[in-house]
Design a protein around this ligand. Sequence first.
Ligand SMILES: Nc1ncnc2c1ncn2[C@@H]1O[C@H](COP(=O)(O)OP(=O)(O)OP(=O)(O)O)[C@@H](O)[C@H]1O
Length: 902
Amino acid sequence: MASLTYDLTLAGLAVGSAAALTGIGLIVTYRATGVLNLAHGAVAMICAYLLRQLTVEWGWPLAPAAAFTLLVFAPALGLVLDRAVFRPLAGHAEHMASALVASLGVFVLLVGAASLLWGTGARADAPELLPADPWIQLSTAVALALAVSAVTRWTRFGRELRAVVDDRGLAVLSGIDAGRVSAAGWAFGTVTAGLTGVLLAPHLRLDPYGLPLLVMEVMAVAVAARMRSLPVAVGAALLVAVAQSQLARFHPEGWAQPLVQAVGSNLFAVALLAAALALPAVRTPATPDPVPPHTRAPPPVPATPTPPATPRPPGVPRVPAAPGETDGPAGPAAPGTAHAPSAFRASRAPTAFRTSGASGASGASGVHAVPLPLVAAILFLLPLGFAGSDLHTSVQVPALAVILLSLVVVTGRGGQISLGQAAYAGLGALLTAQLSPHLPNLLALAAAVLVVAPLGLLTGWPAIRRQGLALALTTLAISLTVSRFVLEQPYAVEGLVPDRPSGFDDDRAYYALELLLLAAAALSVWALRRGRYGRALAAIRDHEQGAAAAGVRVPALKLGAFVTGAALAALGGGLLTMGARAFDPGAFDPVRGLLWFAAIVVLGSDSVLGALLAAALLVGLDAGTQGGWAAAVIGVLAVARGRLPLPRALLARRPPTGGRVSRARAEGAVRPRAEKAVRPPLARRRTPARQHGPEDRGTLHVVGLTAAYGRRTVLEEVALDIPRARITALTGPNGAGKSTLFHCLAGTHRPVAGRVMLGDRDITRMPAHARTHLGIARTFQQPAVFPSLTVEDNVRVAAEHDPRQAVRALRLFELTDLAGAPAAGLPTAALRRLELARALATDPHTLLLDEPTAGLDPAETAALVRVLKALAADGMALLVIEHDRELVAELADSVHTLEARP
Ligand SMILES: Nc1ncnc2c1ncn2[C@@H]1O[C@H](COP(=O)(O)OP(=O)(O)OP(=O)(O)O)[C@@H](O)[C@H]1O
């Protein structure tokens, strides 16, 4: 027994060493470049194939072949990836999303290239580089980890690496060649990938799909090490590998047997899922600019001469009507329109925003004008005239198109990265096949869709709290787990012979049936992208916090998008498997999911037609070949796409709790204390003209509020009242915690202690959208607009309960003429007005404004001040973060200061 334990441990150590190498390579690349290289496994596979080609096919001796593969080819590939693919992306605001797409592009490109060059069949004759002795392999991994640690700690290059990791911008300013550091990171990463590949290939199947996927599972160790600690990565790799190996000893009877076997061969997949779920977010080092491009202030628009600002102009705009008040020319907007501050008029409809707005609008609506749907319809009808193998191949296209439509909903419209749609398609296919002997086939398909739809919560739930890379990893891990534990298990798939519905046996009839279902799915998705639901999804995609602030139920909508996506994927999967009359788990391999995701991103993620085109392309390119063309073409397009502006669905967004971390950091420590400081001489007491909403909605106040980010306390024991009919100013140096206080009030950050009260009601744990519904509205430091929506729809999102509120708010802020224009590219002043209009459209009684005058010229500022005073005069409670002392004195009835620590 003892010797079995020893033998199994040794076997585990051999695999663990290769896994440790992967972890080391991934972490070093990530630290040096900020990119989690999803293509690491594909590089490993290419290097393993190359070594085999050199030795087995061309007869090179092992040593020079290995030296060429690992010391010439692998680093050269790393340098090419750095220079040609990833470095051009660095410094862009959407760096993370672009890099993710680019690394997926590299992945599918290399998989496609390997399939074309060497075929998709597995090779069993990969040469052994190191003796099978696991101790040698383990020593190699440990020596490499020690060498990397030594280099990082004791050499100049290591110091530079640490500086770049800490703050890339600052490192560059200090004269460090960040490009050299990232080139070295890439070269090192690809060498370790190559080493992993050549070590693993002799012991596993060498094929274009299997090896990359296996190495992807091994990313678990890097994720578990939080992309930081090499010892943790090495330890985790050895631990998981040895545990997996030891599981081979257990042979339970009955139902547990296949489960234990499955765990025994796929523990890294389980570890990846656990690590991804345990890790809410992998923080990207040296994020160049957390501000999404659409929120950057465009160049100032020259203002036309304005009349001098007076404290109380005769026609100050008034707040939107309270429920029950009539709307119309005599309503609140009319005087505001007539006497609107001229600065508002000055920035109306500049040429700049029309041009950039058009290009920034949702791809589908702008690009696919009238004829394209017609062209698509004709193209999809054409195969009805085909015969034989052409028609047989075409049967796959509508089914795949339905699967890809699921990505249009989840990623295109909802903005959620999902690398897991293959799992839902596979489950749909599996269930359809399993149910078809018991039910009429169409009913079996419908039942499969109904069962799989709620499983969309598997990826939808993690998506509530995750974004970007963390979500990508989680959805990939879920797809891997489903594939390994369900779709590939003999107990689940044995003896399945799915058939087509009766009456649709021949290819033509079946294709016609698919077309019908595709048309229904496409119409539903098209409809979903419009109207209330579509607007809300687009708002989440464009600016999640802004959407919540507009009252959109973000978590519920995300779940809805994933459930809808799962249903569509299951429908497509079921159609695919009935069309093929066989269930093939390989058709729903997670690599397919990556390919589909890349295809939909490069061909238009928010476009129904993009999905149709992608399906035709994917099937068409691989038809009649050994496969690989589709992956290669999509890979090239995805790599190139990373360098172009990405679909809005994938743009980097601000971290969940906002905050300009680097700027605040530079300001040093702060004292988290609120104190009432100044009462400006101009302060007046006013009687509210009208209360907004029922009186019992109360006054907002905080009691003993303490907030922190991780272990760092930012606010401590803060107390603050925000009375009605008053403007309360909040001042303090950068990093003092003003925005954090806003986040706590608005519900986007959970305080550690203390309470947020609305009247007598404790709303501390209430989500952001629910607070909006209670009458608390907010704006953001960087105006939070939804650039892919029109100006009108931006406001409509906040006034779905009463569209008249939107009309009034648009009129109040002189946005009526711009209503149909895309919000992308509006000048700063218009963005601020739009954000305010959206906030007021929620019918608030309390308005939180984070630096509302930032980026405005004096005339625009004066106009805004008049509006804010008018709002307060009408009974609203306003809390305004403002740095300008004069402005505070002019604006505020009372001032609270958050002071920095000495
Ligand atoms: N998401 C976050 N994660 C970690 N730390 C954060 C985050 N957001 C803010 N911080 C830190 O919390 C502190 C307070 O930041 P906050 O943005 O609330 O300050 P502020 O007073 O609004 O500053 P500014 O005037 O620059 O906007 C800063 O030191 C900042 O680095």
